[in-house]
Design a binder for this molecule. Sequence first.
Ligand code: ADP
Length: 437
Amino acid sequence: MNQNWLGILIRHLALLVTACLLVGLATGHTGFCLAIGLGLYLAWTLKQLLRLHHWLKHHQPDEPPPEGTGLWGDVFDSIYLIQRRDQRARDRLQAVIDRVQESTAALRDGVIMLDTDGNLEWWNNAAETMLGLKTPQDAGQPITNLVRNPRFFEYYHAENYADPLEMPSPIQDRVRIQVMITRFGNNEHLLVVRDVTRIHQLEQMRKDFVANVSHELRTPLTVITGYLETLLDNSEGINPRWLRALQQMQSQGSRMQTLLNDLLLLAKLEATDYPSDNHPVAIEPLLKTIRSDALALSGERNHSITLESEGALYLKGSEPELRSAFSNLVFNAVKYTPDNGRILIRCWQDGQGAHMSVKDSGIGIETQHIPRLTERFYRVDSSRNSNTGGTGLGLAIVKHVLLRHRARMEISSVPGHGSTFTCHFAPAQVARKVRER
Ligand code: ADP
């Protein structure tokens, strides 16, 4: 193309110069004719340039470039071709965007795109129904101003989106939604909102069923164990053949009672997201009493149980729930550490919040079991459980208590050497020092 233009330019100039020379020779004013000819050519070129400049500055989106002849005609045609090609590419891209938007708008899940500052950029119809967003008023508004739920606020700002968040819909309390956030591009966020009301109802039915069965079983069991106790208190008149059977019945009965109590406690913990109390709980005295109970549980097994605490630590929450979680961890350490083993209970505070750990020199846990330990009734080795008399619900209770106290549990273990269970509490959960009464 360039060579063509150069050829045309040279040809044009050659023709012009020849014509001027001929006129110049005929009139006897060669120089003058040449100057006039080149001047006219320059003026025409400038005019075309001005037309192009004017078109570039003021043209409407679909307006073609001006018509032209010769070299400038070529330039205008080329611009026109590029313009057409761009237009076609733009149309194609727009069609793709329209299609993606159409299909996303038709999704039953809510989709919301947020900009880098967390302001609403785009959302579909389902997001409007589930979160009550309004088009176009809410465009550019911060999402946390529109979805006013403390748990959502916390989840959004924690920036840890590994697990989805479940909460009631801001416009309909009976609708349960699940929010998943994905980061993309330059710290922009994509929110996907699902209606999980049905799953939530089924889950609720399961919880209610377990709670009701546990509750209903408790009364007959209390009667049975009560009679067994009375019988065993007057064992003189009992046939010795039956004595051992009665003793076993009593021990299994009390195991069942512990199991029902744990199931009821779990049901209670699952019923709400936060503990009813939010008082500062003094952790050091709590751990001291747990340590004494653990020493009593250890008895003749002679464990060395040490408590290390760095100053007074207070956590917001429920004392009975924290006691239950911490004692489960400490009693497990006693149960799963051979005689004369060492157990270290620690609590400390730093920039990341408060921490409590229980380290033992026990049997340890193989890595593949660790992620499943907090599941109900999960046991590393079922035969182990019958020796220790555990219910298999201890760590599930710990997990729920921690969730309700904005804490998480970390488990590290080396089989044969011991395990460490650490509870990490968020800084917001640490209560300011209160004067001891
Ligand atoms: P259990 O009533 O069986 O102790 P938990 O939920 O408290 O139930 O614990 C689940 C399982 O995790 C236990 O059965 C045991 O196998 C394992 N486990 C818990 N704590 C420890 C520990 N300190 N050392 C080794 N294994 C442990």
